[in-house]
Design a protein around this ligand. Structure first.
Ligand code: AMP
Ligand code: GLY
Length: 418
């Protein structure tokens, strides 16, 4: 089978790495891909959101199906565009991708289907005063979420009441996050420990993939600015059978049933961002794709032929499949450019990349025979171990053999489980 993968990050390198191991994959193309995906297939110089040129390519190459890594093309309707042209896409329909594309939509969905989540108020220019009164009548911290996609930056958590009111006004009236914050969801603050569960859905049935936890803060001990993610571990030590049973009964099944009731076609990955508050698990967010860097620990822990699973998604026959989870733990450490997530320099020569097997490329460019840095998050170093501690030790060891000017990575990923 010929497969086209859309995207260009570490997540896509991990997906490409997994897809290219399948006997069922005769050729893998990646649009636009990166230096890592180039090691697993053929990169094509097209944007993941340029559907018309992609369609011409798909027709000419007789691609069997498409896998979409990032959220933007999904929210823009890549599934529907290719469905009309009889090309299956592993990913949700445009309507279903609203679970990530609109926080207000996902909150209403959860409310309608009785899925546990934080209480909330939806605010736009027409009821901004109600929003301000709400902040005045509640105690912080205040959670303000831009309704639309804001490249992972649209959530503000503010302790101070006056600052929260000012931020609400800035979001709605001064386009703090562009159009994405014309509508804002103000949420009850949930105090707990976060983890993520991933599901592959064929619109009727689903498979639960290995769970993971990512580390979003730049600094050790989970301090400092938020990033796209500085590391991840799988499995999450405290997520036992009881917790997974609660997650499946109260969250996953109601979500799949809710999608069916609402006639939202969902043939792809669902990312459940969860939080354990006391003994109760609640949904913080849905994403309509795999996580990055979570994919870099989840893919290595799936023993199945992933193409076989994707074909089952397309045929709606996932009920005949079972996930074969690797017993080993896996963790990943993100190597970042100095200064990230604020300003950083690019173009630093990277050494030590070639010899490593589970190193996934993200912000890297090849100039002649050299790899140079080309982004904030440069590479993800994944490693297995018999437990999280051993996997982390291995990943740290590998990370220490890779270098570039200004390299920064957290040495404390998984710190709370030591
Ligand atoms: P989101 O984009 O909705 O996942 O939010 C980004 C991050 O903000 C989450 O991973 C949480 O760490 C935090 N967050 C979001 N919503 C809440 C909430 N209601 N209470 C506490 N923290 C939250
Ligand atoms: N690691 C968080 C995300 O992919 O959204």
């Amino acid at each position: 089978m010929k497969i086209l993968l859309l995207g260009s990050g570490g997540r896509e390198h991990a997906l490409a790495w997994k897809i290219s191991q399948s006997e069922n994959c005769s050729h893998l193309f990646i649009a636009p891909g990166n230096t890592g995906t180039a090691l697993c297939g053929t990169n094509i110089d097209m944007k993941a959101s340029d559907f018309e040129p992609l369609y011409t390519f798909v027709k000419n190459e007789q691609i069997d199906f498409i896998v979409c890594g990032p959220e933007d093309p999904l929210v823009e309707g890549v599934y529907d565009f290719f469905k009309e042209r009889n090309i299956p896409v592993v990913g949700p329909s445009k309507a279903a991708a609203q679970l990530e594309g609109s926080k207000a939509f996902s909150k209403k969905f959860m409310q309608r289907h009785h899925i546990p989540t934080a209480a909330y108020l939806e605010v736009d220019a027409t009821n901004i005063q109600e929003g301000i009164t709400h902040i005045e009548n509640t105690t912080g911290p205040y959670v303000l979420k831009a309704d639309g996609l804001a490249a992972g930056k649209g959530v503000l958590i503010i302790a101070n009441r006056e600052e929260a009111k000012a931020a609400l006004i800035e979001m709605i009236e001064q386009n703090k996050f562009g159009k994405a914050s014309a509508r804002v969801v103000i949420e009850e603050f949930l105090d707990g420990i976060e983890f993520s569960v991933f599901v592959l859905s064929d619109s009727r049935n689903y498979l639960i993939l290995p769970n993971a936890k990512d580390y979003k803060r730049i600094g050790e001990g989970d301090t400092g600015l938020n990033t796209g993610g500085m590391g991840a571990i799988s499995p999450v030590p405290f997520v036992d059978q009881n917790i997974m049973q609660q997650v499946e009964e109260k969250i996953i099944r109601p979500t799949i049933d809710g999608l069916q009731k609402d006639q939202l076609i969902y043939k792809g990955f669902i990312y459940f961002g969860l939080i354990k508050v006391g003994e109760t698990i609640k949904v913080i967010e849905y994403n309509c794709r795999m996580g990055d860097p979570e994919t870099e620990v989840v893919m290595p822990r799936i023993k199945n032929d992933i193409v076989d699973l994707f074909v089952a998604v397309n045929n709606e026959s996932l009920k005949n499949k079972k996930i074969l989870e690797d017993e080993r733990a896996c963790c990943t450490i993100v190597l970042a450019s100095g200064g990230y997530p604020e300003e950083f320099e690019k173009g630093k020569k990277i050494t030590g990349l070639e010899i490593q097997s589970l190193v996934f490329h993200a912000g890297i460019k090849k100039i002649d025979e050299d790899y140079v840095t080309n982004g904030g998050r440069v590479a993800m170093v994944s490693a297995y171990g018999k437990n999280i501690q051993e996997a982390l030790q291995m990943a740290n060891q590998t990370a220490s053999t890779i270098s570039f000017d200004g390299i920064y990575y957290r040495k404390d990923i998984g710190w709370e489980f030591e």
